[in-house]
Design a protein around this ligand. Sequence first.
Ligand code: ACO
Length: 328
Amino acid sequence: MNPNPRHTRIVGTGSYLPARRLSNADLVRQLAAQGVETSDEWIVERTGIRARHFVDDGVNASDLAVHAARHALEAAGCRAEDVDLIIVATSTPDMVFPSTAAIVQRKLGVHGCPAFDVQAVCSGFVYALTVADAMIRTGSARSALVIGAEVFSRILDFNDRGTCVLFGDGAGAVLLRASDTPGILATDLHADGRHVDILCVPGTVSGGKVLGDPLLKMDGQAVFKLAVGVLESTARAVLEKAGRSTEQMDWLIPHQANIRIMQATARKLKLPLDKVIVTVDAHGNTSAASIPLALDVAVRDGRIRPGHCVMLQGVGGGFTWGSVLLDF
Ligand code: ACO
């Protein structure tokens, strides 16, 4: 047994949204011009989304990640050169390789510490946080930047109204530090590769060409049903591991995909809706960025305060899902 158990604490949060905001009305107009019919009413009623942000040409996931990381570093009063691990969760990396994390490291003007990407789609941030927590607790790192950054607008099929209205671009980041007190209380991760096909971007690069379709495909109803079931089970699992009850939770920050999935999860957990942080209305689904974005919004507006018990929950392509329970 380790006589000096280490814990991991979040000591700073940050986020960044590209300036170009499209309300549902803006998107409906843009889609109508290309013959795709949708409406503000349909989008709001089925998803809770009212607006999303899209990057301009030439802006990549690493650019959003760097802004979010700088905000998290500033909040923690930490210099980039004092970070000794960088993990970026993304499904929309700048390039095939090197990792977006290595590009972020260069843009932050530092070098030497390990930097790598985690690819678990909308669960990417809870996966990355779990890896960073393990590395800190085993002594491989004392501080870590964990970032979720996405430019999903690059992989949307704007002729498919069932998916192109759902997603947005953005980034969120946390700075973690080793601590004598928790911090992260418990983590719980899962994947079920039998469901690879229900949410995917099947294209790949081969011989200098794109093989297959490089745009997002989704069976929305299959995703919906799976998501609600696994979010309840992983919530119960992580609470049990931490020896906490739902009543002891101050906040739930679920992956921001769809307000109906969040409401169904809260109902199953018997958690009042005013304990659920919701940003999907303003951001759309920003995949791996959605949880740290929502966390940063709620920290900066004063809802989440030191000592609060917070559950973060991811779910998405793979199929992947998981939770992190922490004392903020
Ligand atoms: N505007 C207007 N009508 C639409 C639109 C649109 N944007 N999209 C689909 N429709 C129509 C369909 O064509 C269909 O019409 P029909 O009945 O004439 O055939 C009708 O609406 C119903 O379509 P469904 O796909 O059955 O609609 P559903 O109620 O399932 O809602 C949705 C679709 C919102 C995608 C839902 O299935 C869902 O939320 N799924 C969860 C998926 C999700 O959130 N994914 C995000 C990524 S995964 C993740 O992050 C976990």
